[in-house]
Design a protein around this ligand. Structure first.
Ligand SMILES: Nc1ncnc2c1ncn2[C@@H]1O[C@H](COP(=O)(O)OP(=O)(O)OP(=O)(O)O)[C@@H](O)[C@H]1O
Length: 285
């Protein structure tokens, strides 16, 4: 377990960009260590803006974000917040090795000259081992598969020692086996007391790995345990016209009145009419 329990409180924040666009209004939720939470919403709903607020990259005009009970800046100084970017945010042609990228997670622990010490090398080796990338440590990052790329940046977050992990769309472009491996790792990190906050519009995987869900659409529409929040009525509220609903044609053993919610991950969710998630299909319909 971690020495000190981590917590995150987003207290009714409003965030406007310099062009005047109000990306979040009165958005709030709270999390405590030992949870995986899905930050779920359509494109442009404010997920990245929420992450940026938690990382101190944008300052809310109203409200505040507290990490471990204090301001974001203090948490960043303590290396508590670690970010795993979307693949598109990374320049994969940059000539650095897997080990170099993971070592970047140690920068906050080094002095200005950034000369790694034995402890830094140890942490990097442990992180690479944990994500199953030790054998590829010397490989250039451009020569990795999509799933391997995700694991490298997860290793960087681990080497940093982050207790609040922010993952932006971690399953985009990875196959089901890799997705399962990443989920297993995220659950282990949760069990060690971390907060794992995962931004995703990949609805199908949410019930399988998220303990809690925050539904966003320019504000927080609902937040809480997955079974209470991840329901058909709430999802329709969050996704509006972006969701298509179908009755499932003659499928067994699913109830005849089951509702299938199609998202963009090609593995539709199956819900009872009252909104309870029954499961998900492993095939297209
Ligand atoms: N720097 C910016 N300046 C002005 N508007 C912005 C800026 N960044 C984002 N926005 C706008 O704020 C809204 C929320 O964007 P945000 O990136 O937070 O959404 P998102 O949920 O992360 O979307 P996606 O799933 O597509 O990544 C969008 O309407 C977007 O166009």
């Amino acid at each position: 377990m971690l020495a000190q329990p981590i917590s995150l409180a987003v207290e009714n924040i409003s965030v406007a960009y310099p062009n005047g666009h109000l990306a979040l209004k009165d958005a709030g939720f709270a999390l405590h260590g030992g949870t995986i939470c899905g930050l779920v919403g359509i494109n442009g709903s404010g997920k990245s803006t929420m992450f940026k607020s938690i990382m101190g990259l944008v300052r809310p005009g109203q409200g505040r974000v507290l990490v471990a009970g204090g301001p974001v800046e203090a948490a960043l100084k303590r290396n508590l917040v670690a970010y795993v970017p979307q693949a598109e945010e990374v320049d994969w042609t940059f000539p650095v090795s897997v080990r170099d990228v993971v070592m970047m997670g140690r920068y906050g622990h080094m002095n200005l000259l950034r000369i790694p010490r034995a402890a830094d090398h140890r942490e990097v080796a442990a992180a690479l081992d944990r994500v199953g990338m030790a054998d590829l440590a010397e490989r250039q990052i451009g020569e990795l598969s999509g799933g391997q790329r995700k694991r490298v940046f997860l290793a960087r977050a681990l080497a940093q020692g982050g207790q609040l992990l922010l993952l932006d769309e971690p399953f985009t472009g990875v196959d089901v086996t890799t997705e399962e491996a990443i989920i297993t790792l995220l659950k282990a990190l949760r069990d060690e007391g971390r907060i794992v906050l995962v931004s995703t519009h990949n609805l199908g995987s949410v019930p399988t790995f998220c303990d809690q869900v925050v539904l966003v659409n320019r504000t927080v529409l609902a937040a809480g345990p997955t079974a209470e929040v991840f329901t058909a009525p709430n999802l329709i509220r969050a996704f509006g016209g972006a969701l298509r609903q179908h009755s499932l044609p003659g499928a067994t053993p699913l109830p005849a009145d089951a509702v299938v919610v199609l998202s963009d991950d090609e593995r539709p969710l199956v819900m009872a009419p009252d909104g309870l998630v029954i499961g998900r299909l492993e095939r297209d319909i």
